[in-house]
Ligand binder design. Structure first.
Ligand code: HEM
Length: 165
């Protein structure tokens, strides 16, 4: 079951799963920002951000274990496509720059999210309200939002060029 994808391309279950998670995270994040900015529902925003952070952490860790340890690297997943040796080498070197751009955002996002969530939990306390931590949280929060959005967009672009095109 975990050997093949479910979106109709020659991929793996975990690759398709993480692509769905990346596509879902942006609308959920927008909802969380609407909760905090429009509804002033600070507790709802807190809970949703923690849930999103945990889901992303579990999904990405399971995905990395699957790609690296089970399949021996993303190149082996691309190699499932019906390509001869020359075509495969061309495809791999053609899509690698897309992956590198994606990794730039994918590596910095968890670091920023962990800092944003840890500081928010410590400084806003049990009953989060605007206060002394608001200024720094706004900077970290928007940076985290931008980073995960770019992780999502570049991840989906990589999936497109590597597996759909
Ligand atoms: C990675 C996780 C998080 C992100 C990306 C995020 C993002 C944001 C953003 C963009 C804002 C709006 C800032 C503005 O006014 O321009 C905000 C506000 C706020 N967030 Fe978060 N947040 C996160 C986690 C948390 C957590 C865990 C808590 C509570 C412990 C929290 C509590 C708040 C509060 C109280 C505000 C309102 C601040 C104010 O209006 O002064 N956030 N957040």
């Amino acid at each position: 079951m975990f050997q093949s994808g479910f979106l109709g391309y020659q991929t793996t279950f975990m690759l398709d799963f993480v692509v769905c998670a990346l596509a879902l995270v942006v609308p959920l994040l927008l909802y969380s920002l609407w909760l905090v900015k429009v509804r002033r529902n600070y507790l709802g925003h807190k809970r949703l951000q923690i849930a999103l952070g945990l889901i992303l952490l579990v999904a990405v860790t399971a995905f990395e274990v699957d790609v690296q340890l089970v399949h021996g690297g993303w190149e082996n997943i691309v190699a499932r496509q019906p390509l001869d040796e020359v075509q495969l080498a061309a495809k791999i070197s053609g899509v690698r720059p897309w992956l590198l751009v994606h990794l730039l955002f994918a590596v910095t996002t968890p670091v920023l999210w962990i800092i944003t969530i840890t500081l928010a939990l410590r400084r806003f306390g049990k009953n989060p309200r605007p206060g002394a931590h608001s200024r720094l949280h706004a900077t970290l929060g928007w940076a985290s939002t931008l980073d995960i959005t770019l992780t999502s967009i570049t991840g989906l672009l990589f999936y497109y060029v590597a597996f759909m095109r």
